[in-house]
Design a protein around this ligand. Structure first.
Ligand SMILES: N[C@@H](CCC(=O)N[C@@H](CS)C(=O)NCC(=O)O)C(=O)O
Length: 86
């Protein structure tokens, strides 16, 4: 079965986005990034989907993980691999 896709709404300059990217890179997890700065409609979509205004906002498949701190907390609890189906 295909692994769930990881999607991150982000901006290029945001330090929390950089922290999230670094964790995904370190764990060898591929993701699709949506730049909410170059695509303003995507920022509105992110807010509608997550109810949050800060970047990054991260999804694993259809599961909303939250921001960088939430991603790190999942990793700390050892739950990231389970959500990723690996
Ligand atoms: N706890 C959040 C913090 C995210 C955050 O503060 N992001 C900044 C950019 S690095 C932001 O979106 N600031 C705009 C705002 O607070 O409205 C996380 O870990 O993702």
């Amino acid at each position: 079965m295909a692994l769930p896709a990881v999607t991150m709404y982000a901006t290029g300059w945001c330090p929390y986005c950089a922290r999230a990217r670094a964790l995904l890179d370190r764990r060898g997890i591929a993701w699709t990034e949506i730049d909410v700065e170059s695509e303003p409609a995507k920022r509105a979509e992110m807010i509608a989907r997550s109810g949050r205004r800060t970047v990054p906002q991260i999804w694993i498949g259809e599961t909303h993980v939250g921001g960088s701190d939430d991603l790190h907390e999942l990793e700390r609890r050892g739950e990231l691999d389970r959500l990723l189906g690996r």
